[in-house]
Design a protein around this ligand. Structure first.
Ligand code: NI
Ligand code: MN
Length: 225
């Protein structure tokens, strides 16, 4: 499984020969200027919640690629009304896709669309594949529900928001990594806006003290698990 960081909370995951985009927010992200949204390959677009900084480029990518949107029922319905195909899920539900098994899990956050319309409840995803299992937390607070995840699945990489203010910050993210029983963390949702700028060195040291590795990828860089 190859995971490429496209800035903010946007990821491209290549697994089982499929391309999966998570929470595309590229064209309004100053830090992702070198990413060309029109060259992105996608078979699926996973959306954790309806906020602008997670859905901005969904329509453009879906229309360029024919990718299918996977999210909660309300978000999928919203995009289906724009003639984008989708697969609706809801919390606690799993489905076997042709790239692996996805489960939509709880997140503590909000989920309105930019115009204020209802975007369902926010979530995260557990992705289980023959190559690796990952947890994509989405925007969330630290929550006890994270403790349920390792009861069901061994997580190889936890993708956690670490920017604070709108989501967990570093200290909570260390606890979240404990809750999901994972020592390898990819940080997202930091540095994009003034409220969420972080000190990278300090963040890495806090995880190291807890015997965990925090990975902070440059925009456009990848890791393989
Ligand atoms: Ni959000
Ligand atoms: Mn966000």
């Amino acid at each position: 499984m190859k995971i490429t960081f496209l800035g903010h909370a946007t990821l491209q995951i290549e697994v089982a020969g499929k391309h999966i985009i998570v929470d595309p927010f590229i064209t309004a992200n100053e830090l992702a200027k070198k990413i060309d949204v029109n060259s992105i390959k996608a078979d699926y677009i996973l959306i954790t919640h309806a906020h602008q900084d997670h859905i901005l480029d969904v329509e453009q990518i879906a229309k360029n690629t024919g990718a299918k949107v996977v999210s909660n029922f309300e978000i999928v319905t919203h995009f289906e009304a724009k003639s984008i195909k989708g697969h609706p899920m809801n919390h606690g539900g799993s489905w076997n896709f042709n790239f692996g098994k996805l489960t939509y899990v709880n997140a503590v956050h909000t989920s309105s669309f930019p115009d204020g319309s209802y975007g369902g409840n926010p979530g995260g995803f557990i992705l289980e594949t023959t190559e690796a299992n990952i947890y994509i937390a989405g925007d969330t607070a630290l929550t006890m529900d994270m403790k349920l995840i390792p009861l069901q699945c061994k997580i190889d990489l936890a993708i956690l928001p670490i920017g604070d203010n709108f989501t967990m910050g570093i200290d909570s993210a260390v606890l979240a990594a404990n809750f999901v029983e994972c020592d390898k963390i990819l940080g997202v949702h930091y540095d994009t806006f003034g409220y969420i700028k972080i000190n990278h060195q300090e963040a890495k040291e806090k995880f190291k003290k807890a015997n965990k590795e925090l990975i902070l990828l440059k925009v456009g860089a990848s890791l393989t698990i």
